[in-house]
Design a protein around this ligand. Sequence first.
Ligand SMILES: NC(=O)c1ccc[n+]([C@@H]2O[C@H](COP(=O)([O-])OP(=O)(O)OC[C@H]3O[C@@H](n4cnc5c(N)ncnc54)[C@H](OP(=O)(O)O)[C@@H]3O)[C@@H](O)[C@H]2O)c1
Length: 225
Amino acid sequence: MKPHISLIMAVSLDGKISTRDGAGPRFASEADGIRLREIRSLADAILVGAGTIIADDPTFTERGKYKDLRLERGLAPNPIKAVVSGSGSVPETARMFKPNGAPALVFTTAHIPANRLEALEQVAEIHRVGATTVNFHRVVEILGEIYQVKHLLIEGGGQVNFDLFRAGLIDEIYLTLCPKIIGGRDVLTSVEGAGFDFLDIVGVELVEHRLVDSEIFLRYRVHRN
Ligand SMILES: NC(=O)c1ccc[n+]([C@@H]2O[C@H](COP(=O)([O-])OP(=O)(O)OC[C@H]3O[C@@H](n4cnc5c(N)ncnc54)[C@H](OP(=O)(O)O)[C@@H]3O)[C@@H](O)[C@H]2O)c1
């Protein structure tokens, strides 16, 4: 069965997900960090793009209360960690590959250079799912069938988010609207890629909202075309 797929992002008022100097989601509040951990504690697996690993180097290792929450829910202490990296640019030294009891996966293509494949094979389970680009339908199938993932959390970045929307795979969005203006023509937004034509725009429906100081926590259900 297809896993339920949630996407989580923090955006500035002008839709940016990082800053001109590449500070990533650090513009979001402490309350947003808490919300991220709570939502992670529902997920069997987390998937990101190589760009996010290179920029932010997350560990995806849970501690204390959030680890306990996972165990109470019958989940593994840490989520499965997965990265999409068609060219194998994700560094094998990234913190997501440090052993923490959870499998680390790389979804790549037949195009990956032999030296990158060899390096990544030392630290992760590799799945080649596409000739030159990663086929996200296969990624989701593998996560569901081989790794028994029922709830998958997508944590960006902009390129991976677009690919998943284009593939029609996202079920819900957790968005934090942060009271900040970042600007910058070249600063990334939450959905990058080639973008959608008018007739292909993805529609969403607001199902939850909460205001904490000037930050708004939103949850949307994604419409299926
Ligand atoms: N504000 C937030 O909540 C938040 C959350 C997460 C990330 N971020 C920010 O987002 C930025 C990163 O976003 P991004 O758009 O640059 O990168 P990204 O989406 O994280 O990763 C892009 C990379 O993923 C691989 N990839 C994606 N789709 C692919 C496909 N169909 N086939 C093959 N490979 C594919 C490619 O890796 P290869 O180059 O290896 O082929 C590509 O270069 C960072 O600045 C990060 O801080 C912000």
